[in-house]
Design a protein around this ligand. Sequence first.
Ligand code: HGY
Ligand code: MN
Ligand code: MN
Length: 424
Amino acid sequence: MHTLSNPQIRAQEILARCRKLAAYSEDACGTRRTFLSPPMRDCHREIAKWLKAAGAELTVDAAGNLRAFYAASQSAAPRLLLGSHIDTVPNAGAYDGVLGVLIAVALLEALETRRLPFAIEVVAFSEEEGVRFGKPFLGSRALVGKLDESLLDSRDANGISVRAAIENFGLNPSEIPRAVLGDDTLAYLEFHIEQGPVLESLGLPLGVVEAIVGQTRMEFVFAGRANHAGTTPMHLRHDAIAAAAEWIVAVERTARNLPGLVATVGQIEAKPGAVNVIAAEARLSLDLRHASDTIRKESAAGLARLAGDIAAARGLSLQHCVLLNQNAVAMDPFLAAQIEEAIRNSDCKPHRIVSGAGHDAMTLAEKIPVAMIFLRSPGGISHDPAESVELDDVAKALQCGLHLLDQLAASREFLMGREARKNA
Ligand code: HGY
Ligand code: MN
Ligand code: MN
């Protein structure tokens, strides 16, 4: 294996770049970078600079994904995809998504123009979190041909559609089909912070993702009747916030009582939203996850029924809709075994872990083999400015990545592709 020179220095550079990109935000204070917002252009400029210097050719596809092609030792070779997302949640940390892209950049730099029997395409996905339009994975859906008309018609809080956001960014939605992965794509590998407490509790720097849990996202609207807060007796009220509150407590109780289920009401909006007016409407989000798709779907249906019962008992009406129904995804066993070996070759103890967070790998798994490497999250914190990552763990991830590239470059099984592997 080609030894990685100066892993600590390269890791420091990666962390400095993460912090630099974190400053590109829609907000004066804190990091918020949603689908094709202006700061995304600043990120493209900086990341493209680093990738070009490493010997890659750059394009931006019609879904706003930055894509960098690092040629193989021979032309017409298959390609390996490396990457992650560069959009963020509001008031985000500096590493969710971005770190995976910058580790991929650093791996190209560490190759020092060395060419492998496969090309490498680094992808910085334009949208994974689903913050602006409520539906996630817009960037990676384009690569599997699933950024369809209904998604393009989705509108943000300002009534701007995905299609218009693409045009406003200077891209052409009619070119989206050209973003689809070719049949020459061997696999997708993503480095990502764990965003949870497991690796830290085990004292381990790196983890091998075995599977990503399934995810349901829904919107619920409790509709009651506005009235005067001072003159309306309690028994005559149809209070939308009170109904929503009763349901939210039940959501939490349901998840606490069902092992492996996590349920979150992260957004709540009340109308008219005045101190002295009984709320006419409460609009809520629900994020529901479980490793079992059956349990997740049954839980979602049960909570929707419960919302209807609470609304009826209080003389309110209820509407709800599903924004996302993403099944759990297993990582490719061959790639997971290769990652395990690469972690051992980096003098670390591998640990297999199921991801509670969603990732672009879920989308790409529809078309190609995917696998992920987790880095320890100190304090288990993520989706918050306190999100962090250890310098040594980033250095270890780089060493693991270089071992992985060497292992795959020497693997006839990998180069033959998944179908041939299955029939071998
Ligand atoms: O919500 C998630 O699981 C991821 O951070 N998008
Ligand atoms: Mn995230
Ligand atoms: Mn992420």
